[in-house]
Design a protein around this ligand. Structure first.
Ligand code: GLP
Length: 241
């Protein structure tokens, strides 16, 4: 696992965006695995800026997102579908038919998980997966204890994750209690993984990740089993290393 230590969130976003732009330029039909949350916002801002200035084309790029809440409509500003349109997809020339997120409103959620997993395979797998990290080491919505063999599945969010994500909702009660997420094995099958972290709230997680102990109680530690992972983390997130 490679660590790129950067000054701050801005530099983290630039370095991560450069990696994505380089892939899109060299492999115009690549499949990008994308993430949501606060951390990737700067990355998407960089991609928007690059698109405006350099016209990097996403014409044949495919995108698959890590996860989606259960029960929110695509129009709900808290759905990850809405987030992706607002932060990235509406601003670049990616085809909407090439952008994918799990359907959190599907009638049969388990069937939806199977469909999503098949979809990723049919796209030839993920060339580069962007990841954030939760306070408890979750990746996507794979909470502590999730099997490293897991594929796309339905999860019950932990209280800690609901509390952490409630900052985007008007109350704790409004945060969905379930989500669909790519599984840990789904993520590990990506050819390349880029994990980004900024701010002191992530320092404990980054410390634990680099301790090097592989354990299902800390989902991100699965990344130690992958041959091509880059962690881009700022000063505050690496303060405890
Ligand atoms: C959510 C997402 C994760 C994300 C995590 C951290 O739970 N499902 O993919 O990594 O939050 O989010 P943030 O970047 O806002 O700290």
């Amino acid at each position: 696992m490679k660590l790129v230590q950067v000054e701050n969130d801005t530099e983290m976003s630039q370095v991560a965006a450069e990696k994505i732009i380089s892939l899109v330029t060299h492999n115009p039909t690549a499949t990008l695995g994308l993430a949501t949350g606060g951390t990737p916002k700067g990355v998407y801002a960089e991609l928007r800026r690059d698109y405006e200035n350099n016209h990097t084309s996403y014409h044949s790029i495919k995108a698959v997102n890590l996860d989606e809440y259960v029960g929110l409509t695509a129009e709900d500003p808290n759905s990850y579908k809405y987030y992706m349109s607002k932060e990235l997809f509406n601003h670049i020339n990616i085809k909407s038919t090439n952008t994918h997120l799990p359907h959190g409103n599907a009638e049969d959620l388990n069937e939806e998980c199977v469909r999503y997993e098949k979809l990723i395979k049919s796209l030839g797998g993920i060339d580069l997966q962007l990841l954030g990290i939760g306070h408890n080491g979750h990746i996507g919505f794979n909470e502590p204890g999730t099997s490293f063999e897991s594929r796309t599945h339905l999860v019950h969010l932990t209280e800690q994750t609901i509390t952490a994500n409630s900052r985007y909702f008007s109350s704790y009660e409004e945060v969905p209690k379930q989500a669909i997420t790519m599984g840990i094995q789904t993520i590990l099958c990506s050819k390349e993984i880029v994990l980004i972290a900024s701010g002191k709230e992530k320092a404990e997680s980054i410390k634990r990740l680099f301790k090097g102990e592989i354990n299902e109680s800390f989902p991100a530690s699965t990344l130690l089993l992958h041959a091509n992972v880059t962690v881009i983390a700022d000063k505050e997130a690496t303060a405890l290393l």
